[in-house]
Design a protein around this ligand. Structure first.
Ligand code: MIC
Ligand code: SF4
Length: 645
């Protein structure tokens, strides 16, 4: 029986566990990446693990999220990350060099290699045939130390692409179509593998847009084959030697199959407040637009920028619209500066932002109250833009640019004939903003620069026998990590200070939560389905840990967040009967008796006693040998320290 591409790469990297569907497997990680919002914590954890030099083939630390320096905190974090990188063998991509996923694809990604990144959009690397997975910072720290990364052997979904995109229809519309069909939880436990004749018609940046936003499906990752197109891309990056041909066997067996005829796809938008709330322009109807933002790791490539410049050429942005553009990397910015496309954008009235995440993570450019903002980004969760009642629509760069001119949501096909946009045969290459690490012999002389806002990892303790406490919070379905641990310009600078950032935990849902939880000393949270979707930020587990959360009981979890809870030593529990969710209320007194002994004995079904209601509620605590030991030890940090002894 033949293998899928995903299986081929995983099989070549498996170092622990039996390579059988549904099993937990440990894979060797070739490359890691971090960004600054998760990086400070990841490197504090790496230091705590105590391995002197990274053991990966390539580890890169990027600065791209916290670039609005409205106080000393972010600049201090950048300096800290730079110094850790230099000492411990990590390449440092300086602020200004671009968004981690865009730069990694351009300069470091290698087909067939494994990459984990402390950012949920790491699957961008799947655009060139990598197994690239988003993970918590601590998982990345462990991988840098040479440890395996554990995933459940995924289900593999074949997306069979046929046909060719029509003029002005974009890769963004393809992933919006997939999201429309599968929903934000349809990818959990799955890898999405793109195959078929249609693959050839898509450039590498287009493929990367699709794998990038596969994160919104909740998928483990997404992947394209590595073919002639991949080779052309790598050649143009002066990296032809990184190429190998990779594809699934003809008789590979998939768990599910989806067929997409590219020529049938039309321009679409994901409407507020979920990436799977996808509609066509006709379905949305006439929509006045206040703001347009172009950029982010989904749509900031050279090709995206060239299309935008073509649409804006000789025109002026509608007076009622603010247009912001952030090219994805120094390479992209440099190339559009040299070929005049940047001047075209400036001339049309675009507000040019630095090559960074910017508005995507609420670092500036929040829309006006109730404002409609069209964004080429990947997430439109409520409040993420920094404006609580902002109405965010996720669209292609083509739709964004034309709508900026008309002031209304506009179908880009109204532009008429489309010229052929050619991929460059040669990109402008200058890696002068990537600092190599100090040679191993000199590492002792590198001083770590720690600012006053950088506080250590919160205290943990081994799992206790009995948990008796209250429910400090009850929330509904599809809670995102932006609800649990909001980002934005005010809160992101606290990413290296867990006590301070915890004061903002869940405040989007309930202003009083941090104080209540802290006063209770210990408590549990109750939630609905797909709890923790979105970001990989482990702060969404570390802040609850600091606030005394012992367990989270939900209908279902998103993959990365569940792993982050385990890493933080917080029990991830799911209702055996979803209807029991209705029985338990905020403020209820609960008890989990003999929980340590039960978990040690390998029991997966536990009983949660709701003392207030006098109810016994069965809950599942599905842990494998390794995750069981992590929970018993009080988290991955303690577990790793113990296993290194
Ligand atoms: C995001 O898009 O939400 C982020 C900011 O890139 C996060 C990481 C973070 O919270 O720092 C992600 O996607 O993992
Ligand atoms: Fe940055 Fe936005 Fe991409 Fe996250 S999704 S890495 S914030 S550009």
């Amino acid at each position: 029986m033949g293998l899928t591409l995903t299986e081929k790469i995983l099989k070549a990297h498996v170092v622990d566990g039996e390579f059988v569907k549904g099993n937990e497997i440990g894979i060797k990680i070739d490359q890691t990446l971090t960004q600054d919002a998760t990086g400070t914590m990841a490197y504090l954890e790496f230091e705590a693990i105590g391995v002197p030099r990274v053991k990966t083939e390539r580890s890169v630390a990027y600065i791209d999220h916290n670039t609005l320096q409205s106080g000393f905190e972010n600049a201090d974090d950048h300096r800290f990350i730079g110094s850790v990188a230099k000492k411990h063998g990590i390449y440092f991509s300086r602020p200004g060099n671009g968004i981690c996923h865009q730069v990694h694809l351009e300069r470091f990604g290698i087909p067939g290699k494994t990459l984990i990144g402390s950012d949920s959009h790491t699957p961008t690397g799947g655009g060139i045939g990598m197994i690239a997975i988003g993970a918590g910072g601590l998982d990345v720290a462990v991988a840098m130390g040479g440890g395996a990364y554990y995933i459940t052997y995924p289900k593999i979904v074949k997306v069979n692409l046929t046909g060719k995109l029509s003029p002005w229809v974009a890769a963004k519309d393809v992933i919006l179509e997939v999201l429309k069909r599968m929903s934000v939880k349809g990818g959990v436990g799955k890898v999405i593998e793109y195959c078929g004749e249609g693959v050839k018609t898509l450039t590498v940046p287009e493929r990367a847009t699709i794998t990038n936003m596969g994160a919104e499906l909740g998928a483990t990752t997404s992947i394209f084959p590595s073919d002639e197109t991949t080779l052309e891309f790598l050649k143009a990056q002066d990296r032809a030697d990184a190429w190998t041909e990779l594809k699934a066997d003809d008789d590979a067996v998939y768990d599910e199959e989806i067929n997409i005829d590219l020529s049938a796809i039309v321009p679409m938008a994901a409407c507020p407040h979920s990436p799977d709330n996808v509609k066509t322009v006709e379905e949305i109807g006439k929509l006045k637009v206040d703001q347009v933002c172009i950029g982010s790791c989904t749509n900031s490539s050279f090709m995206d920028m060239m299309k935008v410049a073509y649409i804006l050429k000789g025109k002026t942005v509608d007076p009622s619209v603010s247009l912001a553009i952030a090219p994805g990397s120094k390479q992209v910015l440099n190339m559009i500066a040299s070929n005049g496309a940047l001047a075209t954008m400036i001339d049309a009235g675009a507000r040019i932002l630095e090559s960074a995440c910017g508005p995507c993570i609420g670092m500036g450019q929040s829309p006006n109250s109730g404002g409609v903002s069209l964004r080429t980004f990947n997430r439109n969760f409520e409040g993420r833009s920094g404006t609580k009642d902002g109405q965010i629509y996720l669209v292609s760069p083509e739709m964004a640019a034309v709508s900026a001119l008309t002031g209304y949501l506009t179908d880009p096909r109204e532009l008429g004939d489309m010229p052929k946009f050619e991929m460059p045969r040669q990109f402008t290459i200058n890696d002068n903003m990537v600092e190599p690490p100090a040679p191993e012999a000199d590492m002792d002389s590198v001083e770590i620069l720690r600012g006053p806002n950088i506080k250590p990892y919160p205290e943990t303790a081994p799992l206790v026998d009995n948990i008796e406490c209250k429910v400090s919070l009850k929330v509904g379905d599809n809670i995102t990590t932006d609800h649990i641990m909001p980002a934005g310009a005010k809160i992101l600078p606290l990413r290296s200070n867990i006590p301070a950032i915890s004061q903002h935990c869940f405040t989007v849902c309930d202003e009083e939560f941090p104080r209540r939880a802290k006063n209770l000393g210990k408590s549990i949270i109750v939630g609905g389905s797909n709890y923790g979707q979105g970001s990989s930020r482990e702060h969404a587990a570390l802040a609850p840990l600091y606030l005394g959360i012992k367990a989270v009981v939900v209908k279902s979890f998103a993959r990365i967040h569940r792993a982050n809870l385990i890493n933080a030593g917080i029990l991830p529990l799911t209702f055996v009967n979803e209807a029991d969710y209705d029985k338990i209320d905020q403020g209820d007194e609960i008890a989990l008796e003999n929980v340590r002994a039960d978990i040690e004995a390998g029991k997966t079904e536990l009983t949660l006693i709701d003392k207030t209601k006098g109810a016994k509620i069965p809950v599942l605590c599905e842990l494998t040998g390794r995750t069981k030991d992590i929970i018993l030890a009080g988290g991955l940090l303690d577990y790793t320290r113990e296993s290194l002894k």
